[in-house]
Unconditional design. Structure first.
Length: 409
């Protein structure tokens, strides 16, 4: 500790990170192995994590290379047509990386999300061109859905893709696009007008060097990440850039988010576990009124509530992941519950950790201060909390009175 700066490395609190959840029946031996091996890799390879707008692009690229070289990207980009993404592995990896550094998790998750529509719906040629390169860290991907006037309301998106001979011409703009500026390709959702609203969208893969494509703006956000705004002006792509069928864009976007939404909850869980571990260690060492904070019942109450929120979040995240992996069916309700609860719980757990740290909790660069900034965006992107509530309520209302499925085992 130097002055008010308390720089705990992950290794300093690793003993306080609860690992008992790995014994839960959601997991197989390969999952426990992944969590343990990636946990060890993170301890050895994730160092200083004070990212700034000036350094964040290089840091993100560095993580992509490091994660690829160590083989971890294999868990977010499938090797062939027959191996589906294993959502429990995705969640365990995100949780483990997020506990060390939000940017490490971001780099991992974006390789998966950016290539997700190709993994799930791409043609054999698209899969050959992009997936091995993404796995190897030679190409960085991005998922470009949101627009200035179409965030929560995806069906309102206005970027157009007009048929032009043997191809399409894209015009419009996207914003809040993670990896803007460092991505080598962007999966872009645009209006092709087969039908009004959501049924008139299609998905395209657009290489970053395509004429007519530009990154028009970078957005500085509270926890630095590569993110920005894209412009398309007469941006022509060949017909083989189309992912899936014309008019399937909304379906492709939602099916991709169905896989990745629970993993946002897993990243939040990683932040929350780290905050809890930091708070426990601080409560044990900080002496007030002649005794450690940890002896005070009001602090114990906070720790108990934090630990309970962490476990409840973990149960929902891994329930959603297990359900997706074992049924292969859409898991919108489970994934929305996992994302909603885990991100909101993490915000509350981290806030209490800041409180337990007292003044040190708000000193720039201290771990809990960084977590306090990192968690905020997770309650907004990939469907804000309010949108998750709409999805859950829609499913609850639609399912009322329907027969319950027979248990699979
Ligand atoms: C850090 C970050 C990274 C992102 N990365 C990506 C990315 O890689 N790709 C991408 O495509 N997008 C990305 N996004 C965009 C993100 O998905 C949108 O910000 C999000 O969908 C919300 O859209 P909006 O910002 O336009 O808010 P709005 O849609 O304007 O919503 C504003 C508020 O109103 C609430 N609201 C909206 N509708 C309702 C309703 N019916 N009932 C009640 N409340 C409602 C929302 O929940 C929200 O709280 C990212 C955003 C952030 C912050």
């Amino acid at each position: 500790m130097t002055g008010h700066r308390i720089t705990t490395a992950l290794a300093d609190v690793a003993g306080a990170l609860d690992r008992s959840f790995l014994a839960w029946p959601f997991f197989e031996e390969r999952h426990r192995r992944l969590a343990n091996e990636l946990g060890a890799w993170v301890l050895a390879h994730v160092g200083a994590v004070d990212h700034t707008e000036a350094t964040v692009d290089d840091a993100a690229r560095g993580y992509v290379r490091g994660l690829a070289d160590a083989g971890w990207l294999a868990h977010c980009v499938p090797a062939d047509d027959t191996t589906p993404l294993d959502v429990r592995s995705l969640c365990l990896a995100r949780e483990t990386l997020a506990a060390a550094d939000g940017l490490a998790d971001f780099a991992f998750a974006m390789q998966g999300l950016g290539s997700g529509p190709i993994s799930l719906f791409g043609t054999p040629a698209q899969r050959r061109t992009y997936l091995p390169a993404v796995r190897a860290g030679r190409k960085i991907g991005a998922f470009a859905l949101s627009e200035a006037a179409a965030g929560s309301d995806v069906a309102a998106l206005a970027t157009t893709a007009r048929r032009d001979g043997n191809g399409f011409v894209l015009d419009g703009g996207k914003t809040w696009i993670s990896n803007a500026g460092i991505a080598d390709f962007y999966v872009v959702f645009a209006r092709t007008d087969e039908a009004p609203g959501a049924k008139g969208l299609s998905a395209f893969v657009v290489d970053a060097d395509t004429p007519g494509f530009t990154v028009t703006e970078r957005l500085p956000i509270i926890a630095p990440h590569p993110i920005g705004t894209l412009g398309f002006t007469g941006c022509r792509v060949d017909a083989d850039a189309l992912i899936g069928q014309p008019g399937e864009g909304f379906k492709i976007a939602m099916a991709t988010l169905d896989v990745f939404r629970a993993t946002v909850g897993a990243a939040a869980l990683g932040f929350a576990r780290r905050a809890l571990a930091e708070a426990v260690m601080r409560a044990r060492s900080r002496v007030v009124f002649g005794q450690p904070l940890a002896q005070l019942q009001m602090i114990q109450g906070k720790l108990a509530d934090m630990a309970t929120q962490v476990d409840a979040a973990a149960l929902l995240v891994y329930r959603a992941a297990w359900t997706k992996d074992t049924t292969g069916a859409r898991v919108s309700r489970e994934a929305s519950m996992a994302k909603l609860f885990a991100t909101e719980a993490a915000q509350s757990v981290i806030d209490e950790a800041v409180q337990i740290f007292g003044g040190h909790g708000v000193v720039a660069g201290n771990v809990v201060e960084r977590l306090y900034r990192e968690i905020r965006a997770l309650r907004i992107y990939e469907g804000a909390s309010e949108i998750q509530r709409l999805i859950i309520a829609g499913q609850v209302l639609a399912n009322a009175g329907r027969p319950n499925p027979t248990p699979a085992r």
